[in-house]
Structures are given as C-alpha cells and as structure tokens.
Design a protein around this ligand. Structure first.
Ligand code: HEC
Ligand code: HEC
Length: 255
C-alpha cells in the first residue's frame, strides 16, 4: 500500500539533499567573504590594535566591552578617545584615581592610530568636533560660559573643587580642540553638552571667550598657580599667622 509512495519520497529526499548541499555551499562561500575584523585592518588600525592590547585592554577588555577595572568603550566615541589620550588622562595608572591632565603617553600618530582602532572595535559616540574659535562671538561666549561652566570651573576659569574629592580643573592648558571635546563628551562628573544644548556656534563663542581670558588675565586676584580659592585661603592663613607670630616675637623681645 505504501509502496507507490516510496519513489516520490525518495525524489523529495534527493531534492532536499541537493537543496541542502547548495545552501551549505552558499553559506560556506558567504562565510569566507565575511568582513573579518583582523583581515581588513588598515595600517593605522593595526598599529592602534598593538597599542590597545599593550596599554588599554587590561582595563577596557580585549573587545572594548569593559572589565571591573574600566568602563566599556562602546559609544565613548572618537572625541572621547582623542580627548583622554591627548590630555594624558589615559592610560590610567590606578583604576580608582580621578584621571588628570599630564604629558601624553603617545605621539600624535599613535593617538590617531588608537582612535582609529577603538572606532573599529567599539563604534558609535561623538566624533571629534570641527571648531573655528576665530569666528566665535566673544560677548555671547562670556554669557554662555557664566551660565554653563562657571559654577564648576570658576568665573575666571581658574578651576575649583566641586566636592566629593573631585576637581573641576583650570581651563588654561587645554587646547581649543580639547575644550570642545570635553564639552561634547563630559569627562568624569562633568555633564556632556550636545549640539542642542550648545550649537557649534555657541561652542566657538565659548572657545573665543576662554582664549580671550588667557590673554587678558584673571579677575580673581592672585593666580597662585591657578589652583583656586582653597589655595588662596591657605596662603592667607599661612602668611597671616606668620605675620602675627612675627609681631608677637618682636614685641615680646622688647618687653
Ligand atoms: C588601569 C586601568 C585603565 C587603563 C590601563 C586604561 N583605562 Fe581608560 N579608563 C579607566 C577608568 C577607571 C575610566 C573611567 C574614569 C573616570 O572618568 O572616572 C576610564 C575611562 C576611559 C575613557 C572614557 C570613557 C567614557 O565613556 O567616557 C576612554 C575613552 C578610555 N578610558 C580610553 C582608554 C585607552 C584608549 C587606554 C589605553 C591607552 C586606556 N583607557 C587605559 C581605566 C583604564
Ligand atoms: C558640574 C561641573 C562642571 C560643569 C558644569 C562643567 N565642567 Fe568641565 N569639568 C568638570 C570636571 C569634574 C572635569 C574633570 C573631569 C575628569 O575627571 O577628567 C572637567 C574637565 C573639563 C576640561 C578638561 C580640562 C583639562 O585641562 O584637561 C575642560 C576643557 C572643561 N571641563 C570645559 C568645560 C566647559 C567649557 C564647560 C561649560 C560648557 C564645562 N567644562 C562645564 C566639571 C564641570
């Protein structure tokens, strides 16, 4: 009874097998042409990969997804990578420290290579901004700075302690590009300002104002290495106490 169906089943089976083989072949072909991450690295990206594996992967992970020592770099973006490297904030020596500005650990070429490799490894996030401080509106920049930045960095941009042991640094050392990057990415506890909050023209205005401030000095009295109110208070106490002690000793000697 079931005999007549056998040939049909056999044909069906044969067709299925042929179809399967074809699929497998196509799959194999597609697989060998897949975009392989190591295959297609440019020279820049390969240099970046070497540097990344040697100096960053222990904390940020070989795949950039982060470890308990450092955050994921997914979505950090080229602006953040360029900022942390050109200000010497990374590589961090100690995962618990607040990253601070210091001499960069890498040359400009190496920094560009790391930016290129991390862009490949962990895509997304803000691009390095295009700036033109020379076109910035100075008066508008002063107003925007007072509204958006002065609360933390101080009216004269000489930096301030913002509590929790964190410092909003003086703004006299960052290059205009680094300032623009900081604004877009919001390093550490600083908020990020997107283009909706501060347009590219607003950003150029702030840059123009900060550059003007550098040329035209501070309004906050003595500079004292621009460490801000805490240091100024300390100097007042030390100098003041010293004078009092001196006066007491002088008057005491005469009596
Ligand atoms: C000792 C561990 C350590 C090493 C090594 C290290 N990082 Fe970091 N990285 C951190 C920590 C911790 C933070 C978060 C710092 C903070 O803002 O408090 C961070 C933050 C960053 C950020 C900002 C992330 C964001 O979302 O804004 C970038 C980008 C970055 N690191 C890149 C690098 C690169 C590139 C290297 C290698 C050259 C590197 N780091 C080496 C620990 C490390
Ligand atoms: C809520 C406080 C806060 C506000 C508001 C703020 N910042 Fe910051 N800023 C910080 C902190 C904290 C850091 C240090 C971040 C770190 O740990 O790397 C910083 C770092 C920076 C740096 C890096 C300085 C350097 O020498 O490496 C720049 C530049 C900067 N801020 C510019 C600005 C500008 C411009 C604005 C206004 C548009 C602004 N900030 C608003 C807190 C703030």
């Amino acid at each position: 009874m079931s005999a007549p169906r056998r040939p049909r089943e056999a044909r069906l089976l044969a067709r299925l097998v042929r179809g399967g083989l074809l699929l497998a072949l196509l799959g194999q072909l597609a697989w060998s042409f897949r975009p392989s991450s190591s295959q297609a690295l440019t020279a820049d990206e390969s240099l970046g990969r070497e540097l990344y594996l040697a100096s960053c992967s222990t904390c940020h992970g070989i795949d950039g997804a982060g470890t308990e020592l450092g955050p994921s770099l997914r979505g950090a973006g080229p602006a953040a990578v360029h900022f942390v490297l050109s200000t010497g904030r990374m590589p961090l020596a100690n995962p618990g420290d607040q990253p601070v500005r210091q001499a960069p650990a890498f040359s400009e070429r190496e920094i560009a290579a790391l930016v290129a490799y991390v862009r490949r490894l962990a895509p997304g996030g803000p691009e390095i901004p295009t700036i033109d401080p020379a076109t910035g509106d100075l008066a508008r920049g002063a107003q925007l700075y007072l509204d958006s930045c002065a609360a933390c960095h101080g009216a004269g941009a000489s930096g301030d302690s913002i509590g929790g042991g964190r410092i909003a640094p003086a703004l006299d050392r960052a290059t205009p590009l680094e300032i623009a990057e900081a604004v877009r990415i919001g390093p550490g506890t600083m908020p990020a300002f997107g283009e909706r909050g501060l347009s590219p023209a607003d950003l150029d205005a702030i840059l123009a104002y900060l550059l003007w401030l550098r040329e035209n000095g501070s309004r906050g009295g003595l500079q004292l290495g621009r460490v801000g109110a805490v240091a100024e208070g300390l100097v007042a106490i030390v100098v003041g106490l010293g004078l009092i002690v001196l006066v007491i000793r002088l008057t005491g000697a005469r009596a």
